[in-house]
Design a protein around this ligand. Structure first.
Ligand code: ZN
Length: 126
């Protein structure tokens, strides 16, 4: 069970809704700067499937800023999917409700702070 109220969840959804067009624009501008062909249609697409493939394509692009934007955009899609299936705001590792303060700072968070830190420590040792 999530501890978020409807108002809180709507507020977090709004943060992501406002962030999405900013990311799209940054990705589009980044691709334009690199003169990557064939992305315009994907970028203007409105279907979810198109968005997902856009984001995964862009992660292949060799540009750190654009990649970061694409990952963040994918995180937004994933967070929306979790909102839809009712698992949003629950840590994927320990099943504990993620504190609202953390979600407000980082609406796409998949993990509570402790699990995130453990995850990153594990990754950096690899
Ligand atoms: Zn956790």
């Amino acid at each position: 069970m999530t501890s978020l109220t409807t108002t809180q969840r709507e507020h977090l959804a709004k943060i992501m809704d406002e962030r999405e067009p900013v990311l799209r624009k940054e990705i589009r501008d980044g691709l334009k700067r690199m003169r990557v062909e064939g992305y315009d249609e994907l970028l203007s697409g409105t279907s979810d499937a198109g968005d997902e493939s856009l984001a995964s394509l862009v992660t292949d692009v060799n540009n750190a800023d654009t990649q970061r934007d694409a990952v963040e955009l994918q995180d937004i899609f994933a967070a929306r999917a979790r909102m839809a299936d009712g698992t949003y705001g629950i840590c994927i590792d320990c099943d504990v409700a993620i504190p609202y303060q953390r979600l407000e700072a980082y609406p796409t968070a998949k993990r509570c702070l402790e699990c995130q830190q453990a995850h990153e420590a594990k990754r950096s040792r690899r």
